[in-house]
Design a protein around this ligand. Structure first.
Ligand code: HEM
Ligand SMILES: *[C@@H]1O[C@H](CO)[C@@H](O)[C@H](O)[C@H]1NC(C)=O
Ligand SMILES: *[C@@H]1O[C@H](CO)[C@@H](O)[C@H](O)[C@H]1NC(C)=O
Ligand SMILES: CC(=O)N[C@H]1CO[C@H](CO)[C@@H](O)[C@@H]1O
Length: 504
């Protein structure tokens, strides 16, 4: 940004801040009782460190370095004098997640999501990808093709969440256009405009504005499209329930929710609540899965030995019969399981959880820290209103927690005895990972996600070899969509070109 623009921004933001202050918003007030923690100096009077952090490609190493330089619990100055506290201490994180309150709607959605997952939905999607790739390879002369796997994984993720989530076939794998898919795609192609950058910075100060990121009109379009689809699906599900549509019972997540919404049920979910949950499903189940699958294919392409080991395990399994069942995906394919968990550890699609303390609290620590006043403490007071962040990505890749090879993709660590360091075992989340978050607010789609992840990889890796288009030295960077996505450094859009061949 040019210096003049920068000054202009600072003035605008200062004015906006002063205006809100005059409206009685208590943003400059430092929470009175929060323990004074160490942390980096403020880089800007107005922005604190917010703009510095949002200009970073990857904040994880920055936060890891700060945790090392200051303490495993430290504070960051943010916009207009606010602060955020960052938790990297396992005990503190466990306390933080376990304290969250249960929300009632979650309960119903959670039950529906864990009911019985039909792996066949995911195999159907995977075989549709196979069909499409086979026909691409059939028309290529040398039996190889470069394809954008990111785009294909978008289709897999959207179609699967549509069918598994609410019996709706978006049909993107068959080449149908979906408004939802187009909207998500356009997030990836956007270069942020000046206004969006401004909103981004403001939204870190005023969480009300968060929904304006990254583009207000796109977000509104998304909401409308999701509502339209939701209404349609709801009506369909209702008809099915009343027996107007014949055929088999609807086992989709939303089908189960609609049943929960019936009047004689104790749940009494309103139509609006069901629609809200469908939107959550599309948002929560689309980007996350698509990004993880893309990363899995990248990691397997970077080092062929991982790919070969995984393929051998799959071929051996398939030689005994057809597609693995849900139980087999969970229990009988240890290397597949290790690959999936290593991808989730290194490439957690959600980088952090942000919360504001609803009431005063005391957070215990596993290792005592020094406060800014040079006192040694093993617990930290938090005043209501204090913003707190758990940097999922930082903790998962932290050298102090995972060991010297923390930044390497190493599926073996999940299989070897003692492969997981003692400190990592203290992280109580699913398999010591924070990727799905711990406690009452844990990801409700974890089983759905793991099954989809494994089913898709098992078919694709069994049938194709993957290589990076430009060889093993390809550099990657993070593209900004709704969540950060991998892309080839310096290229436009969020594409991930890989060279595929059939396995003979
Ligand atoms: C690799 C894939 C996924 C990852 C890493 C992931 C991660 C997460 C995380 C970290 C949260 C907690 C967010 C927070 O409270 O701050 C969450 C919430 C949730 N996830 Fe997932 N998720 C994944 C896939 C899915 C899928 C496939 C579904 C559904 C089909 C799903 C459904 C949900 C729902 C319903 C919530 C609760 C949302 C809310 O509290 O409003 N997730 N997920
Ligand atoms: C690939 O992974 C194997 C197994 O961990 C390792 O021995 C090998 O050095 C790796 N190769 C490269 C190029 O990183
Ligand atoms: C492709 O994978 C399926 C299992 O998903 C397997 O049955 C089939 O034989 C594979 N085809 C080739 C050509 O390897
Ligand atoms: C956040 C975090 O765990 N940081 C650690 C990174 O690794 C160094 C070196 O092992 C530790 O000192 C930090 O505490």
């Amino acid at each position: 940004m040019a210096p003049i623009q920068q000054t202009f921004f600072e003035v605008i933001i200062l004015l906006a801040g002063l205006w809100l202050l005059s409206k009685g918003v208590r943003i400059l007030r430092r929470p009175a009782k929060t323990t004074r923690l160490k942390g980096p100096e403020s880089k800007s009077l107005v922005f604190g460190n917010s703009r510095f952090l949002s200009s970073q490609q990857d904040v994880a190493p920055v936060l890891e370095e700060w945790a090392e330089r200051y303490e495993a619990m430290f504070r960051i100055p943010e916009v207009l004098g606010r602060t955020t506290i960052i938790l990297c201490d396992p005990k503190a994180i466990q306390h933080f997640y376990s304290k969250e309150t249960y929300v009632y709607v979650h309960d119903a959605l959670g039950k529906a999501l864990t009911a019985d997952i039909l792996a066949s939905v995911f195999f159907d999607s995977a075989y549709m990808v196979k069909e499409a790739w086979d026909s691409i390879l059939d028309s290529s002369e040398n039996g190889e093709a470069v394809i954008d796997v990111q785009d294909w994984m978008n289709h897999v993720a959207l179609d699967s969440v549509g069918i598994g989530g609410f019996s709706h076939d978006f049909g993107t794998l068959r080449g149908e256009c979906s408004t939802i898919a187009e909207i998500f795609d356009s997030f990836g192609k956007l270069k942020p405009t000046v206004l969006q950058i401004l909103l981004l910075v403001l939204s870190t100060a005023f969480p009300v504005l968060t929904h304006l990121r990254p583009s207000k009109s796109l977000v509104r379009k998304f909401k409308l499209a999701a509502e339209e689809i939701s209404m349609e699906l709801l009506q369909k599900a209702r008809k099915e329930k009343e027996g107007i549509v014949e055929g088999k019972e609807d086992h989709s997540i939303i089908g189960l929710l609609v049943k929960a919404a019936s009047d004689d049920s104790e749940l009494h979910m309103s139509e609006d609540e069901v629609i809200a949950q469908m939107k959550v499903l599309i948002l929560a189940g689309y980007e996350t899965i698509s990004i993880s699958l893309t990363w899995a294919l990248i990691e397997l392409s970077k080092n062929q030995s991982f790919q070969t080991t995984l393929r051998e395990e799959l071929v051996a399994h398939y030689s005994k019969g057809g597609d693995p069942t849900y139980d087999q995906l969970t229990n009988d394919l240890p290397y597949l399981d290790a690959v999936v968990h290593e991808v989730l550890r290194l490439h957690a699609p959600l980088w952090q959880t942000n919360r504001v303390a609803a009431e005063d609290d005391i957070i215990p620590l596993s290792v005592p820290i020094q406060t800014a006043d040079d006192k040694t403490v093993d617990r930290v007071s938090i005043a209501a209103g204090q913003a707190i962040t758990v940097p999922i990505r930082t903790v998962n890749r932290s050298i102090s927690i995972w060991g010297a090879d923390a930044k390497e993709f190493k599926p073996q660590r999940w299989l070897e005895e003692g492969g997981i360091q003692e400190k990592a075992v203290e992280i109580r989340g699913y398999r010591h990972l924070l990727t799905f978050v711990d406690g009452p607010r844990t990801c409700l789609g974890k089983g759905f996600a793991l099954t989809e992840f494994k089913a898709t990889l098992s078919v694709l890796v069994r049938n194709y070899t993957f290589e990076l288009r430009d060889g093993p030295d390809t550099e990657f960077e993070m593209g900004k969509t709704i969540l950060p996505r991998p892309k080839v450094s310096g290229e436009d859009g969020c594409r991930m070109p890989l060279r595929i061949r059939r396995v003979d």
